[in-house]
Design a protein around this ligand. Structure first.
Ligand SMILES: *Cc1c(COP(=O)(O)O)cnc(C)c1O
Length: 425
């Protein structure tokens, strides 16, 4: 679609909503303007194609399809079966896995399904600590995972801020967990999935690798894949994978039946067939050579952005990045992550506050910000823009002056306009 067609496409959709609900239509248009005019640097966000959006907004939302292709509990499933088969087969092709369940509504529910398939309440589960890069669903006390299982958290090393695999091995020998969860939300370095799987198997533990963030790199072979080593691999489909908001679980053939039962009827009811259609479309896109080029570019952009921020004197967690994301450690006596997030937001730059390893501030305040390049790379931005963005971030973080933030906002809008996204609002 060219820009003109995109504008027509979105105004058609918004007109349809406006006739029924002007308030929601106005919010939709405002959100589209915000996405068009801002700099989206949240590492877990991306911009889907009009094809993915159209599949999400399709009639398949109307269909009940409890069960799996050819074994449904409802009639009329012949066409939703087609899209679920396509989604499953494309996922298998993308990741080289034996089996894929594309029904989880989200990353959190993908993880919940694996817990249900593998562990009994009270059993020992390992996950990386939240402030060291892990996810809420990896055993945080406020999450069902932390409430249901006896969770032991492993950490990064204090000197390198990379996963302490030796300590993990010691912990595994000591506790013999049922399941070791690896993968992260805020960890900028390559994860050695093979090593973690070896550590787990030495202690007769199973492994779930959660590649929610790095799925895009894994799919194109630019991050080592956990699929050959781990019993289960979970992911979201909306982060680097650039599909609809949703989840997926992959596993070995012999575990497939138990996994499918854990997803449905274990943790979910009817699947979201419109979202599964959009997953199929996104996987088809990810199988194209241009998607690999996108991932190459996104990684290069992250390296350039990270190096530029370092040149301005910002300290990066672990000293750099191997992935699409990086964390600035603002320091215990610097401005907090929350302040930095608010201030950058006023300048039209969206990031999220984050704790850093061994943080002394509370999670809601944090001493870091997480920055990622998936969304800006989708817009077509490259190295030069990354250097400009580093300069803009540096100016905002170093200034207490609202006028400076407002001035940067103007420059952000100009930069964004040069990389049109979703048509004119
Ligand atoms: C984002 C994320 C999830 C959760 O995904 P939701 O779709 O928001 O539930 C799970 N695990 C990791 C590592 C993530 O980064």
């Amino acid at each position: 679609m060219n820009q003109h067609e995109r504008t027509a496409f979105f105004s058609f959709l918004e007109t349809a909503v406006r006739q029924a609900d002007p308030e929601v239509a106005t919010a939709l248009a405002s959100e589209r303007r915000r996405e068009n005019e801002g700099l989206e640097l949240i590492a877990s966000e991306n911009f889907v194609s009009p094809a993915v959006l159209a599949a999400m907004g399709s009639v398949m939302t109307n269909k009940y399809a409890e069960g799996y292709p050819a074994t449904r509990y409802y009639g009329g499933c012949e066409f939703v079966d087609v899209v679920e088969e396509l989604a499953r087969n494309r996922a298998k092709q993308l990741f080289g896995c034996d089996h894929a369940n594309v029904q989880p509504h989200s990353g959190a529910q993908a993880n919940m399904s694996v817990y249900l398939a593998t562990c009994q309440p009270g059993e020992v589960v390992f996950g990386m600590d939240l402030s060291h890069g892990g996810h809420l669903t990896h055993g945080h006390p406020l999450n069902y995972s932390g409430k249901t299982f006896k969770v032991v958290h492993y950490l990064v090393r204090q000197d390198t801020e990379t996963i302490d695999y030796d300590a993990l091995r010691d912990l595994a020998r000591q506790h013999r967990p049922k399941l070791i969860v690896c993968g992260a939300s805020a960890y900028p370095r390559t994860i050695d999935f093979k090593l973690i799987a070896d550590i787990a198997h030495e202690s007769s533990s199973m492994v779930m690798a959660d590649i929610a963030h790095i799925a895009g790199m894994v799919a194109v072979g630019l991050h080592p894949s956990p699929v050959p080593h781990c019993e289960y691999v979970t992911t979201t489909t909306h982060k680097t994978l650039r599909g609809p908001r949703g989840g997926m679980v992959m596993c070995k053939a012999e575990l497939a039946e138990a996994l499918d039962k854990a997803v449905f009827p274990g943790v979910q009811g009817g699947p979201l067939m419109h979202i599964i259609a959009a997953k199929a479309v996104a996987f088809a896109e990810a199988l194209q050579p241009v998607y690999r080029e996108y991932i190459v570019e996104l990684l290069e952009n992250a390296k350039v952005l990270c190096a530029s921020l370092q040149e301005f004197g910002w300290r990066m967690v672990s000293g750099g990045t191997d992935t699409h994301l990086m964390l600035i450690n603002l320091g215990a006596d610097g401005i907090s992550g929350k302040k930095a997030e608010d201030r950058l937001g006023k300048a039209g730059i969206t990031v999220n506050k984050n704790t850093v390893p061994f943080d002394t501030r509370k999670p809601y305040i944090g001493s870091g910000v997480r920055i990622g390049t998936p969304a800006v790379t989708t817009r077509g931005m490259g190295r030069n823009e990354m250097k400009t963005i580093a300069k803009l971030i540096d100016r905002v973080l170093r200034s207490e002056d609202e006028a400076v933030w407002a001035q940067v906002k103007g420059e952000v809008e100009e930069l964004a306009r040069a990389f049109p996204l979703y048509g004119q609002v």
